[in-house]
Ligand binder design. Structure first.
Ligand code: ZN
Length: 319
């Protein structure tokens, strides 16, 4: 795939769901006033507010990190383009459901933009179902313009980078996370990740899934339509190039997080959100800690696949 290295595969530590619940319940208490983590039957994700193309998050859970920020900065490498159907084969799960955070294929969309992937990839006798959203900067007013991907484009391509959770999209048991009123400095994703890192210091764990910010607001960014014309060399350079917004609940967020990089040059957390009121993009953290309410569903991944890992790398722009 693409012109980089061979896909690398590493087995992750995937403890029983009950054990993970206890660990996350204890850890999240350091960051939220009210926390309830339990093992539940995954709700039907074809229903509101998710409207996913599959019912659940279960069946051969795995994650992949495709490309990377080094293909975006210091200067864009426009030829870095991938396809969700090919990715499903690279992660040894053809026909997989994929969700997560990425960038659009600028060659197809005609601009740079955020991608919120939600794709049931093609399988024998069944075409792909692309339920993704994408967000760009509206040239009319400089605000967020979120659209359903399939309203304009019929392909399953993306560009530059993506962090994806893959599974068979089946119903089954998942970890439910309920958290209210943020008392710590970490985002929900950061709190989950650092809890796992602290409890399993010598192991690599990953979670993928979806969570809803039910009440409150969140800080997001959207990449400009034009790629940087001058090289971006620092986090400050990247942050002043990105456009930042405060957006409102309900926001449906797709997340991939890794407790500890097993030496694959991974982005250890990446979350994109969409909404049914036209706002969406790259999630950082809620901006309303006193009133925020989260409800999420996650699964531990059994494997991580590193696809087209950049040969020349750096740690800029991974927030
Ligand atoms: Zn992002």
């Amino acid at each position: 795939m693409a012109d980089g290295r061979e896909t690398e595969k590493v087995r992750l530590h995937s403890p029983p769901l009950g054990e993970l619940c206890d660990v996350l319940q204890t850890g999240l208490k350091n960051n939220f006033a009210e926390v309830q983590v339990s093992v539940v039957e995954c709700p039907d994700l074809t229903q509101e507010p998710f409207r996913f193309p599959v019912t659940g998050l279960c069946g051969k859970p795995r994650i992949t990190d495709v490309g990377g920020v080094p293909y975006l900065v210091p200067l864009v490498q426009r030829h870095k383009e991938y396809n969700m159907n090919s990715v499903s084969k690279e992660v040894e799960l053809p026909g997989a459901f994929l969700l997560g955070a990425g960038a659009v294929a600028s060659r197809i969309v005609g601009m740079n933009a955020e991608l919120m992937p939600l794709v049931l990839t093609e399988a024998e006798g069944r075409p792909a179902v692309n339920g993704s959203y994408w967000s760009s900067i509206n040239p009319a007013d400089g605000q967020c313009l979120q659209e359903k991907y399939s309203d304009k484009f019929s392909d399953c391509n993306f560009g530059l980078l993506a962090n994806l959770y893959a599974c068979e999209g089946k119903p089954g048991q998942v970890i439910e996370v309920r958290a209210k009123r943020r008392t710590g400095a970490e985002s929900l994703v950061g709190a989950l990740r650092k809890t796992l890192e602290a409890h399993y210091p010598d192991k690599s764990l990953a979670l993928g899934g979806t969570f809803v910010i039910q009440k409150g607001k969140a800080k997001i960014h959207i990449m400009p339509r034009e790629f940087p014309v001058c090289p971006l060399h620092t986090n400050d350079d990247v942050n002043s190039w990105l456009k930042h917004f405060e957006v409102s609940a309900p926001l449906i967020c797709q997340s991939v997080l890794v407790s500890r990089d097993p030496g694959l040059d991974l982005r250890v957390e990446h979350t994109h959100c969409f909404s049914h009121h036209g706002e969406g993009g790259h999630y950082y953290i809620d901006t309303t800690p006193d009133t925020v309410e989260y409800l999420g569903y996650f699964m531990p991944a059994e494997f991580v696949y590193r696809i087209d890992r950049p040969q020349e790398t750096h740690v800029i722009g991974r927030e």
